[in-house]
Design a protein around this ligand. Structure first.
Ligand SMILES: NC(=O)c1ccc[n+]([C@@H]2O[C@H](COP(=O)([O-])OP(=O)(O)OC[C@H]3O[C@@H](n4cnc5c(N)ncnc54)[C@H](O)[C@@H]3O)[C@@H](O)[C@H]2O)c1
Length: 362
């Protein structure tokens, strides 16, 4: 099969590496507007055919039914290459966040449907990992009773993309290029994970806020207008009893670093570390009035890493196999959670998101 990568930067290279773990051989094409980046990509992957013009790459040969294009450019450059690739007759796997805003994302899905192609989002990076599947199994088993509360907090003290992390990619800090800050950067993983685990039919965003805590090394020589700390109070609906979700994500906070994912039910709770599959999953319940804490068996580790998963899941979908990919309206649904959080923070008005699938009662 043929894989076309648009954007030869940091994440484009991880997708190229993942391509070699697929069950068939892959012919690699790559496009980047920056000739130096393109040259260094082609040095790292000598078999890749490089182009500085995306359209030229897409026009260079007729589309095959299983061609995959990966969009690994900054968010500002997700829409146009996605449109070009879908209209060239190829399936598209787009990096997160799906788009700069909701109207762009809706248009991308419309173009995919009109051209009868699949549009997936890389926010599924953590889906299908054994520890995540274990959490879902315990939840569906009913042993936690009625689920009523979820804490989903990933608060890091100093981990801003474009400053502490990957300082060479300053575009992360500029909302006209990134679409937003830590919510656009990490929110896609958070909501893809939460929605996969809780499987809601409807989400109410009751309140949301965001902030940009100031540090003494904030860059002054480049636009820096994005939030680095966000939070929300939400209600997830999936059956008779609503689940109240406390959400927080920070790449910079003066409060203490704090990472916690916990699901609480009337008969027990479950605690895990969503973005670190090496960490254990714990179940707690009552025995004779005392708390018992047990580590839950999560089974063997996957041979695939979080860097392989987006392409692996999408490839399986393209091949008609069972897959964890989020395609078309499911990709849009996860992105809509992010745009709604921004909107609720700005307007102070609660928002409701109806989801395209039937929730499974927990
Ligand atoms: N860096 C990470 O760890 C990481 C992880 C997961 C997802 N992502 C996502 O991947 C995307 C890219 O991030 P990155 O870190 O690889 O960025 P990067 O800055 O390392 O690379 C982006 C590349 O895109 C190229 N580019 C920009 N506009 C282009 C266009 N119109 N056509 C072709 N090429 C163009 C740039 O020249 C650059 O080489 C973003 O959406 C980001 O959120 C990044």
């Amino acid at each position: 099969m043929r894989l076309y990568i648009i954007g030869a930067g940091v994440i484009g290279r991880t997708h190229a590496e993942a391509a070699y773990k697929l069950s068939e051989s892959v012919q690699l094409r790559v496009a980047d507007t920056n000739a130096n980046t393109l040259a260094s990509f082609c040095e790292q992957f000598p078999e890749a055919v490089g182009f500085t013009d995306t359209q030229e790459m897409l026009n260079s040969e007729a589309a095959e039914n299983d061609d995959i294009v990966i969009i690994s450019t900054p968010p500002l450059a997700h829409f146009n290459p996605t449109k070009q690739a879908l209209e060239s007759g190829r399936h598209v796997l787009c990096e997160k966040p799906l788009a700069m805003n909701e109207s762009q994302a809706c248009e991308m899905i419309e173009i995919a449907e009109k051209n009868n192609r699949l549009l997936g989002c890389c926010s599924v990076r953590f889906k299908g990992m054994p520890h995540m599947e274990t959490v879902k199994e315990v939840l569906r088993s009913g042993c936690l009773g009625d689920i009523y509360h979820v804490t989903f907090v990933n608060k890091w003290e100093r981990s801003r993309s474009g400053i502490e992390y990957q300082p060479s990619s300053r575009w992360f800090l500029d909302s006209t290029k990134s679409g937003g800050g830590v919510l656009m950067d990490w929110g896609p993983y958070d909501f893809t994970t939460l929605n996969d685990i809780l499987n809601p039919t409807k989400i109410e965003i009751n309140a949301s806020w965001n902030a940009q805590p100031i540090t003494e090394i904030d860059p002054l020589d480049t636009p820096f207008d994005v939030e680095t700390h966000v939070g929300a109070f939400m209600t997830y609906h999936h059956g008779a009893r609503p689940i109240h979700v406390h959400y927080e994500r920070a790449s910079c906070a003066h409060g203490q670093e704090y990472v916690k994912a916990e699901i609480e039910g009337t008969l027990g709770s479950l605690r895990w570390t969503p973005f670190d599959s090496k960490q254990p999953v714990f179940r707690r319940y009552d025995k004779h009035g005392q708390i018992v804490e047990e580590q839950v068996e999560t089974g063997p580790r996957s041979p695939y890493t979080i860097f392989d998963n987006p392409l692996l899941h999408f490839y399986r979908k393209v091949k008609g196999l069972e897959s964890y990919a989020n395609i078309n309206e499911y990709a849009l649904m996860n992105f809509r959670c992010i745009t709604s959080l921004y909107s609720v923070a700005e307007t102070g008005q609660k928002q409701t998101i109806d989801l395209p699938r039937k929730g499974v009662a927990l």
